[in-house]
Design a protein around this ligand. Structure first.
Ligand SMILES: Nc1ncnc2c1ncn2[C@@H]1O[C@H](COP(=O)(O)OP(=O)(O)OP(=O)(O)O)[C@@H](O)[C@H]1O
Length: 272
């Protein structure tokens, strides 16, 4: 399928990755500013793992996953997917698109209101020129994520927020990726719907051997979501470990603070 070997490599590998953004001056005598969104980040993610990425707003979570998906060029360091270097500007990344999928936060802005659900979900199949009966593949994946049988012919406004996130998941997996990345995929949903979408992700992971990387600001869902958690602060990874250990005995002061602030909220437990 892709240009990459499949073998003993970690599925995702970042080595010394930094990412700076230069923002132009907004006023006449103001200087251009440099924002260090990521500083010297190294990590590996094994095939089949589920990893949560947590940290305050602006800590670099989205920038980190954008590097993994080849959507942004690092200022320094290297990104590899299954052993093959990801070079966003210099190489065709079609192979990486076929092997990855992404679910965004907002179930309302994710879909073109003028395209049927079937058309939207088929986009990755068309984009990656995947052979086969796309209509049949779309119907099968919509059924798998629990949508009614006629969903493909309807438009996004016929569906609730939870149903739209199921559709977003369907679109992210229809082409059979190995890595599924979620950028706050359940944070716009109410608690019960959130739990069902998390269950769906766990089922899909088991069924298809997916590797999951999920950004969340909600520590309460992390135990249900991922056995490993990465904590980011100011563009750096400050803690990376088993979720159970990290939540019960956080080592870094920032993680301790996150865990303590979660525990202070009434009615919350780590069982989520
Ligand atoms: N395209 C860009 N141009 C300039 N600065 C950027 C750009 N993208 C991100 N940044 C800056 O990089 C830093 C990290 O941003 P990033 O979106 O990765 O954080 P985040 O942890 O995902 O935040 P949030 O939880 O709010 O989504 C922030 O200071 C942000 O303002």
């Amino acid at each position: 399928m892709g240009a990459a070997p499949r073998g003993d490599h970690p599925l995702v590998e970042l080595a010394g990755v930094s990412k700076e953004f230069r923002t132009p001056p907004r006023k006449l005598f103001e200087r251009a500013q440099t924002v260090c969104a990521l500083t010297d980040v190294s990590l590996t993610i094994a095939r089949g793992e589920s990893v949560a990425i947590v940290g305050e707003s602006g800590s670099g979570k989205t920038t980190l996953v954008r590097q993994m998906l080849g959507l942004s060029t690092p200022t320094a360091g290297t990104v590899r997917f299954d052993g093959v270097e990801v070079v966003p500007r210099s190489r065709d990344l079609g192979w990486l698109r076929r092997r990855t999928g992404l679910v965004f936060q907002d179930p309302y802005s994710s879909f073109n209101p003028r395209r049927t659900i079937g058309q939207s979900v088929a986009e990755p199949l068309e984009g990656s020129a995947i052979p086969g009966d796309h209509g049949e593949m779309v119907r099968a994946v919509l059924e798998r994520v629990g949508l009614p049988h006629d969903a493909a012919t309807r438009y996004p406004d016929a569906f609730s927020g939870g149903q739209r996130q199921r559709i977003a998941v369907a679109r992210a997996i229809v082409h059979g990726p190995e890595l599924l990345v979620g950028d706050e995929p359940v944070s716009a949903l109410d608690v019960l719907v959130r739990a069902r979408v998390l269950d769906l992700l766990a089922e899909l992971r088991r069924e298809f051997g997916l590797t999951l990387v999920t950004i969340t600001h909600d520590l309460g869902i992390v135990p249900k979501l991922a056995e490993r958690t990465i904590v980011m602060q100011g563009g750096r990874i400050v803690e990376d470990g088993l979720t159970a250990d990290l939540l019960t005995a956080p080592k870094h002061p920032y993680t301790q603070q996150l865990v303590a602030s979660r525990l202070r909220l009434p009615g919350t437990t780590w069982r989520g």
